[in-house]
Structures are given as C-alpha cells and as structure tokens.
Design a protein around this ligand. Structure first.
Ligand SMILES: NC(=O)c1ccc[n+]([C@@H]2O[C@H](COP(=O)([O-])OP(=O)(O)OC[C@H]3O[C@@H](n4cnc5c(N)ncnc54)[C@H](O)[C@@H]3O)[C@@H](O)[C@H]2O)c1
Length: 393
C-alpha cells in the first residue's frame, strides 16, 4: 500500500477539473497528477498552474511514454476514448475512461450526416470497438476502469445495499438524467458525440440499472441478470413547430443530427424492466433520480434535488457568485443548493476505488465490461427508435 500512484490526465476541460479536484481528496493514498495534456497546449498549461501539476505534455503520445505515469485518465471527447484507451493499454498503462466507453462517429460506410447511418450498422461497430478496448487492456495486463460515477454516489450505494439486504426481486427501475441541454458545440453533432442526450447523459441511469440487476443475479444465483431486449423512442423536441416559433428559448437548441429527448425500456432476462429517461428538455437544473421497485421494498434516490437543504431568494442577484446547482437556470425562487455536488455524485469515491485497485492489484468495482454493456444498450435503443420495434440483444 505504500506505492505512490502517478496519474497522467488527458484533457483539461469540464470533467478533468472534477477529476483534478477529486484527486486532491486522495492524498492519503499517495495519488497525484504527474502530467497533463490538452488541445491547445496552453489550456493544459493554465490547468497545470491551477492544480500545481509539474509536467505539461505537448500531446497525448508524449504523456503516454513518460515512465512515471501509472494511470492514464482519459477526459477527452467521446470519439477519442477508444484510440486513446488502446494506445494506453499498449504502452502498459492502467486506464480510467470517462463515459461513454465509446460510440459510433462515422468512417467507412457512414452516411452524411453521420446520424443518418443505419443504427444496426452502428450497433455492430460499437460492440466491436468496445471489445477491442477490453481485449487491449487484458492482453497487456492493465486495468480498464470505467468512470461511471453514479455507482459510487452515496445514496445509490445505500440503495444497492438496501436492495441486496432485502433479498427481494428488482421488478422495475426508473432512472433519469435530464437537464436543459449541453452548450458544448461538439455535443450537437453525431460525428463528435456519437449520438445525443441518450449517449451523453443516459450512461449514468443505464449503467446503474444494468449493474443493479447484474448484482441481484450474482447474489441469488451466482450469475448476472443481463438485458434481453430494448424498446426506445428518441426525438429532437426543439423542432416542434410551436417551440421553434417561441421567441425566448430557455432550452438549448441547434441540435444537428442528434436527439435531445429519449426514453428506453429495458427488459431483463428474468422478465423485469427498467425505464430510463435521458433528455436535454428539462428545466429546473440537473435532474438525477433513481427509483428501485422490489417485490418486498421500494427505494428512491434524488441526487440533485435533495431536500436536505433548501434556499430561497426573491431575486437572482441575492446569492451573488455563490454556486447553487449544475444547470440551474436562475438563482431566484426556491432552490436545492448542492453543498458537495462532486461527493454526492460519487467522483472522489470512484477515483479512490480506481487508485486503490491499482495499488492493491485488485479489480475495480466498475470496469470496461459495464461500459460495453451500456454502449450496447444505447445503440440497440437507437436501432429500436429508428426501426420502430423491440431489439433483442
Ligand atoms: N462522468 C460525468 O459525469 C461526466 C461529465 C462530463 C463529461 N464527461 C465525459 O468526459 C469527456 C470530456 O467531456 P468534458 O465535458 O470534460 O469536455 P470538454 O470539452 O470540457 O473537455 C475536453 C477536453 O479534451 C481535450 N482534448 C481534446 N482533444 C484532445 C487531444 N487530441 N489530446 C488531448 N486532449 C484533448 C480538450 O483540450 C479539453 O480539455 C466526455 O467523454 C464526456 O462524456 C463525463
């Protein structure tokens, strides 16, 4: 346990900042960011200054070949997850890969725009890519750790423990991540994002539901309960005629070839279900909820509108620069201030598990296989919505 762990951080954007703040909470493990890279490199320089990181690498290749790096932490856009993961594995580095594990971004046989490519083609391709990522890690003897932070969120951890303790059957899971839309330009095009709301915010509720049923099966029969079929609907609600005509836009618009609304029904191998909502069409701040309906109990988690604290202001200026909650449109009226959002959403706990897994040479709680299961369901859902039918896995 005395070995110190050096992280090479790839990316210096939104989630890289969350990871960097979270690593500060892991000093007791001897974990530190040893190097960072980003495009343009000036972004990495500013980031390195803020977080006191000694080395700024000119590019990913440069970072990869630094001998002191134990873990490469991939916090870059979705289309780079697979090539960077495979290169890191081949360089003998452990990998933390942000969600989604990978996606379909075009290439040979793709339509123009990429979002018009038949979704069955996409599904086959993403499964192959995800399997290549997992195989690259396995054959090089490194860990591929899949950064699904929801599974480390304290309320979700407790919900899973209660479900386990009950010994009941999970009959239905309802889970969602919804907000008013991503402002990142690349999130609007399939060739960069690999899809819309479903692939951007859907991995959290989907990964949690899939994991919960896997664990239930393992506990009861020594065998995970997998997903049997997927039924979905997706759409771009910013194109509704009356919405287009409205002058003041509260929701993000300008989606090119991706959906901003999705609902997916999963049917598991034992005939039970999960209903997942992932959308960019919900006002009121980030909405992250999970409900588990068991045969003998019921558990509900609300990660973002928890009533442990409520605040009121008659005018948005009252709370000045003090942060309230992610994606909240206004600081006026009643709100649910997030007092430690990153802890509540499981980021430091997730990175603690990953660093400890490397130090102790044990499997992490969440690995690339869950990432593959999630991405398979996402693209099966896209196929289901496109073809108007249930897709069997
Ligand atoms: N777990 C979560 O809750 C969560 C939240 C947000 C984002 N994410 C995931 O994190 C990833 C990044 O999202 P973000 O919101 O931080 O995006 P961002 O645009 O804020 O940051 C992306 C970063 O990638 C860097 N980058 C791009 N190309 C690069 C290259 N070739 N080499 C090195 N660096 C490069 C950019 O410089 C930038 O710093 C996405 O895959 C996203 O799905 C996860």
């Amino acid at each position: 346990m005395s070995k110190s762990i050096t992280i090479g951080l790839v990316g210096a954007g939104f989630v890289a900042n969350i990871h960097a703040r979270s690593y500060r909470r892991l000093r007791d493990l001897g974990a530190r960011i040893g190097a960072v890279t980003a495009v343009p490199v000036e972004q990495a320089e500013a980031f390195a200054q803020e977080y006191e990181i000694e080395v700024v690498c000119k590019d990913f290749e440069d970072l990869l070949h630094r001998p002191e790096i134990d873990i490469v932490d991939i916090c870059v856009p979705n289309n780079l997850h697979a090539p960077f993961t495979i290169a890191a594995a081949e360089a003998g580095k452990h990998i933390i890969c942000e969600k989604p594990l990978t996606g379909y971004f075009g290439g040979e046989g793709a339509a123009d725009p990429v979002g018009d490519t038949p979704k069955g083609v996409m599904l086959a391709e993403v499964v192959r890519t995800a399997e290549r990522m997992i195989a690259a890690a396995e054959s090089n003897g490194v860990k591929l750790m899949y950064a699904e932070n929801w599974l480390y969120s304290p309320p979700i951890q407790k919900a899973l423990r209660l479900a386990r303790a009950s010994g009941g059957t999970i009959l239905e899971i309802r889970a969602q991540e919804c907000h008013s839309g991503s402002h990142a330009g690349y999130s609007k095009e399939w060739r960069y994002a690999g899809g819309g709301a479903l692939i951007r915010v859907g991995p959290h509720p989907l990964g949690t539901a899939i994991y919960a049923k896997q664990q239930e099966g393992l506990l009861r029969d020594g065998k995970p309960i997998g997903v049997r079929s997927v039924l979905a609907e997706t759409g771009d609600l910013s194109r509704v005629r009356s919405v287009e005509a409205e002058e003041k836009k509260w929701l993000v618009g300008g989606w090119k070839d991706v959906e901003n609304w999705s609902t997916v029904i999963l049917t598991f191998e034992d005939g039970t279900h999960a209903i997942i909502f992932a959308s960019d069409t919900v006002l009121g701040g980030m909405e992250d909820t999970l409900e588990i309906f068991l045969s003998n109990a019921r558990v509900a988690c609300d990660m973002t509108h928890s009533t442990m604290m409520r605040a009121y202001a008659p005018d948005p200026s009252v709370f000045a620069e003090e942060y309230l909650a992610e994606k909240l449109e206004t600081k006026a009226g009643w709100s649910y201030p997030a007092f430690d959002e990153e802890w509540l959403l499981g980021y430091p706990q997730e990175l603690r598990d990953f660093v400890e897994a490397v130090k102790e040479d044990r499997p992490p709680m969440v690995d690339g296989r869950l990432g593959l299961d999630v991405i398979r369901v996402i693209y099966a859902a896209y196929q289901s919505a496109e073809e108007g039918r249930r897709v069997d896995l």
